[in-house]
Design a protein around this ligand. Structure first.
Ligand SMILES: Cc1cc2nc3c(=O)[nH]c(=O)nc-3n(C[C@H](O)[C@H](O)[C@H](O)COP(=O)(O)OP(=O)(O)OC[C@H]3O[C@@H](n4cnc5c(N)ncnc54)[C@H](O)[C@@H]3O)c2cc1C
Length: 255
């Protein structure tokens, strides 16, 4: 749990804070858009442990959700209905000393390290999601008839498949390259960031193209395509937005 009502992309401006007391810490503040925050038994949370300090003043705590002062409510959202997304209020929640995760004021480093795997996982998920929706749609295009022939035989539709297959293959190659570097212990920040940036918007666009190929059926819940579009829309936002990915890459070029 990192995001707050006034701190999303700008992680260093988070305000939820912890005050040291006998045997632990008292945490107060608010978190939002926290995945599974309602059903979780505990939440790993980024919290300010110094009044100032920006990036340097953040620490991680394991917060038990049954503690007095913890409350979470479920937010209504566009997709990803398999998980809840929570608004969490922390009103003087006690956390014992042993629930500090990592060093004091060293949370920002943990956030950055964790982002690499999270972004890689999102890229891998999107490559698989694109392939799945593509395969389903290819079958549909071979079966669905219009004007006396399968719709896949129209050049306009055939070319959509050619473009999508190229997009998926490029995303897969970049993502697997990033994964190999990461797995071998190299600094893969550049490649992971590129893989996240490349695959998330592509996944949404491929899913949307597949919906179009399904025609009216694509808009119906039973085919699962409209769900793929809604779920894919999170990719360019969650785990760091596309704009933030572009910033990381652009700045690494000395600009
Ligand atoms: C379904 C869902 C689940 C989530 N789960 C979690 C979770 O489990 N834990 C968690 O901590 N967070 C979670 N998030 C939050 C998510 O990480 C943030 O929404 C995301 O990082 C963007 O932050 P924000 O919403 O505050 O947008 P903002 O930071 O307010 O950004 C708004 C817009 O401004 C752009 N922008 C911001 N800064 C710049 C810049 N420097 N240059 C150019 N453009 C910029 C952004 O790209 C975006 O388009 C979840 C979000 C969703 C929707």
């Amino acid at each position: 749990g990192i995001t707050e009502p006034d701190a999303g992309s700008d992680v260093a401006s988070l305000r939820t804070h912890a005050k040291e007391v006998d045997g632990g810490w008292i945490i107060s503040g608010e978190k939002c858009y926290i995945t599974n925050g309602v059903r979780a038994d505990f939440v790993v949370m980024a919290v300010k442990t110094t009044a100032e300090g920006g990036h340097g003043g953040i620490s991680f705590f394991i917060v038990d959700t049954d503690q007095p002062g913890y409350s979470a409510s479920k937010l209504e959202k566009m997709g990803w209905h398999a998980s809840d997304t929570a608004l969490i209020a922390l009103d003087e929640v006690f956390v014992p000393t042993e629930n500090l995760l990592g060093g004091i004021n060293e949370g920002f480093k943990l956030i950055m390290a964790n982002f690499q795997w999270e972004r890689l996982m999102m890229a891998l998920g999107s490559v698989a999601a694109m392939q799945l929706v593509f395969d389903k749609t290819l079958l549909y295009a071979a079966e669905r008839q219009a004007f006396g022939r399968p719709i896949g035989n129209f050049q306009a539709i055939r070319h959509k498949f050619a473009e999508m297959a190229t997009t998926i293959e490029a995303g897969r190659a970049l993502t697997y390259h990033a994964l190999r570097l990461f797995y071998d212990g190299h600094d893969a920040t550049r490649e992971v960031t590129m893989a996240k940036l490349k695959t998330q918007r592509d996944c949404f666009e491929v899913a949307d193209e597949c919906l179009q190929i399904h025609g009216g059926a694509g808009y119906m819940v039973e085919y699962g395509i409209e769900r793929a579009v809604r779920d894919a829309r999170l990719g360019p936002i969650g785990g760091g937005t596309d704009e933030v990915m572009a910033e990381i890459l652009g700045r690494s070029m000395g600009l």
